[in-house]
Design a protein around this ligand. Structure first.
Ligand SMILES: Nc1ncnc2c1ncn2[C@@H]1O[C@H](COP(=O)(O)OP(=O)(O)OP(=O)(O)O)[C@@H](O)[C@H]1O
Ligand SMILES: [Mg+2]
Length: 295
């Protein structure tokens, strides 16, 4: 077996142990009808601090009074049943909800001492600082090179051609894709495999020198080997960035994140250290979800 396959098997074994630990010995103490967030909402070194965030689609409230920090050099996993508001909340962090007619966001999301929802904030540089990787890899219909060079060029991040080249090569290296594409940089990005396309999209988001990377189910369309590769990458990227990842795989959340946030019908039910959430959840709704009784 390759190292990647071995780590995938190890992770599956580790995840089943996590499940056993919950099943065997734990009883959550906070009742199902409690909706105040349980756990450590704040961290010592926040990169983004969200306070009392609400999101409405027309009259319907999709996110209810959510407060949570995204820590420096941390992977924060967001989990919860379909429709609970994970994507909606993620999109708040770089104001992607602005693009949806009828969507209204209230509350405060502070980054570097400024509320990102303030009128004076320009969303174009904001979305470079807080970049997004989507569920389905979506390379531009351009060459591999152009996919990565496009962002730095429009954001004016390179003084000249040499500097741009440096950014492109470094981003592809950091995304773990360089060796596979270095001899075909002029080929279309859409011609790569799904896993390679997703790493190309990660290279594209790194190229604009973000501080936070948002990932919405980035591995849901990938095979286990490509998934393991992306997970290794997420762990490496944490050295330089803060990462928020939405995932339906509890094994993935357990493998890649340091903190986990559990959402339920628009409420943030519980947040805390990932190991604690998966072995000793405090809220009954969290326990129901991670033991498979709900969702
Ligand atoms: N553009 C929209 N217009 C109206 N309602 C929306 C829109 N997008 C999402 N919603 C609603 O907001 C709620 C939260 O949706 P969201 O997509 O954030 O959930 P999710 O947790 O990401 O679900 P999934 O796991 O299925 O991706 C749902 O009830 C959904 O129907
Ligand atoms: Mg979603």
């Amino acid at each position: 077996m390759t190292a990647t396959q071995t780590s995938a098997v190890d992770a599956t074994v580790a995840a089943s142990r996590v499940k056993d630990a919950v099943n065997l010995s734990h009883i959550a103490t906070v009742a199902r009808d409690v909706r105040e967030t349980v756990g450590e909402v704040r961290v010592r070194t926040p990169r983004m601090r969200c306070t009392a965030v609400n999101v409405y689609y027309g009259d319907k409230q999709a996110i209810k009074n959510v407060s949570v920090d995204v820590g420096q050099n941390e992977v924060l996993a967001m989990i919860g049943p379909s429709g609970c508001g994970k994507t909606t909340f993620l999109r708040c962090l770089n104001r992607m909800n602005d693009t949806i007619a009828g969507c209204r966001v209230t509350g405060e999301i502070v980054m570097d001492g400024e509320d990102i929802n303030a009128r004076r904030i320009d969303v174009v540089p904001l979305r470079a600082r807080v970049s997004m990787v989507f569920q389905k890899p979506n390379p531009f219909p351009k060459s591999i090179w152009e996919n990565v060079a496009f962002g730095p060029r429009i954001h004016g991040l390179a003084q000249d051609k040499t500097e741009l080249e440096e950014i492109v090569v470094n981003s592809l290296k950091r995304a773990g894709l360089w060796d596979e594409v270095k001899d075909r940089l002029g080929d279309p990005g859409t011609g790569l495999s799904g896993g390679q396309q997703q790493r190309l999209c990660i290279a594209r988001s790194i190229a604009v020198q973000p501080e936070v990377i948002l990932m919405d189910e980035p591995c849901s369309a990938l095979d286990p080997i490509s998934t393991a590769r992306i997970e290794e990458l997420i762990d490496e990227l944490r050295e330089h960035y803060s990462i928020c990842i939405v995932t339906h795989s509890m094994q993935q959340a357990a493998r890649v994140s340091q903190r986990t946030a559990y959402f339920h019908l628009g409420d943030l039910i519980e947040v805390g250290d990932t190991k604690q959430i998966f072995t000793r959840p405090r809220h009954q709704l969290t326990e129901d979800y991670i033991t498979g009784r709900f969702g």
